[in-house]
Design a binder for this molecule. Structure first.
Ligand code: ATR
Length: 287
């Protein structure tokens, strides 16, 4: 018996959430893998998150993604968390097991899967990375780089206190540097990652001369609107290897789908093209 109450479903909770591309991604996999379920948008206002979390595991709702501004509230709502979610203090995937609400954070896995795919063998040179930004995304990316053995991370942020606090959290291998030191940090960097919103449609570009990076450097950006940020364009023009933001979005979705539906989905060229077309359609000039 399937009706709207009992049908297997998952979705994404956020505020606002209408812009989310998760329904497109999960909807593609549900169809391709012939899984009888649907994926919904859940607009959940900040105060309403605990009540929403309580509905997971009931009435066919097998789980949910969690986006801005609820990742910390989702963390707090969980009975159990994976080690990576516990380390980050933020949860973006929820499900229920034996009555307990469980949480994971797939941003680390998504970032690394994308980087591995775009720049195979990047860990052969991992003495130094420069990370721009000090928000939730930076927290996940610093964790990811440390987990893969990057020896030293220079963290640069507009608000120096946030970079200092993040560096403190991760210990000796992460050092905060002032914004003015960014150009001087580039020589010798094996990897540069922008985790800030600079370069996003409607935001200023990240003013940085990629000419300061070594030839072997990899440049990663988590921004995916536009699909190619000015930073990525500049890196490509210099012949550097790059890792673009859309890939992280696609790869972070895969472990959540597998968790709820028991099937490992693939990030196919077809899925990528579908989401790229959606970004282009929604943002006109933002390629
Ligand atoms: P997220 O969780 O996605 O990382 P966030 O916590 O809002 O989001 O962080 C956004 C990052 O982009 C921050 O590092 C922010 O710098 P501040 O800590 O100084 O706010 C950075 N950012 C946003 N707009 C910026 C701008 N115009 N110039 C420089 N950095 C900017």
């Amino acid at each position: 018996m399937t009706n709207s109450q009992t049908r297997v479903r998952a979705g994404v909770a956020g505020w606002p959430v209408a812009h989310s591309r998760s329904p497109l991604i999960h909807g593609y996999w549900l169809e391709r893998l012939a899984v009888e379920a649907n994926y919904q948008l859940f607009p959940v206002s900040p105060g309403a998150f605990p009540a929403f979390a309580a509905t997971i595991g009931r009435d066919g709702l097998v789980g949910a993604n969690v986006t801005v501004p609820h990742k910390e509230a989702a963390f707090a709502a969980c009975d159990r968390r994976t080690p990576v979610a516990a380390a980050l203090g933020a949860v973006n995937v929820l499900w229920r097991e034996n009555g307990l609400l469980e949480g994971d954070n797939t941003d680390v896995a998504g970032f690394l899967a994308n980087l591995d795919e775009s720049a195979p063998g990047w860990t052969e040179r991992r003495q130094k990375a420069v990370v721009i930004g000090a928000g939730g995304a930076a927290r996940a990316i610093v964790y990811a780089l440390l987990a893969r053995g990057v020896e030293r991370i220079v963290l640069v942020n507009r608000t120096p206190g946030r970079a200092a606090a993040l560096a403190e959290r991760y210990g000796d291998r992460v050092v905060a540097a002032p914004w003015a030191a960014l150009a001087a940090a580039l020589p010798g960097a094996d990897l540069l990652v922008n985790t800030s919103s600079l370069g996003m449609a409607g935001q200023p570009a990240l003013a940085l001369d990629v000419g300061g990076l070594p030839e072997h450097a990899v440049v990663a950006d988590i921004v995916y609107v536009p699909l190619r940020t000015p930073l990525i364009e500049a890196a490509l023009a210099r012949g550097l290897r790059t890792s673009e933001g859309l890939g992280m979005l696609l790869h972070q979705a895969a472990p959540a789908f597998e968790r709820w539906f028991g099937r490992r989905p693939e990030v196919t060229p077809e899925l990528r093209a579908l989401v790229e077309a959606d970004v282009r359609a929604a943002h006109g000039g933002a390629r």
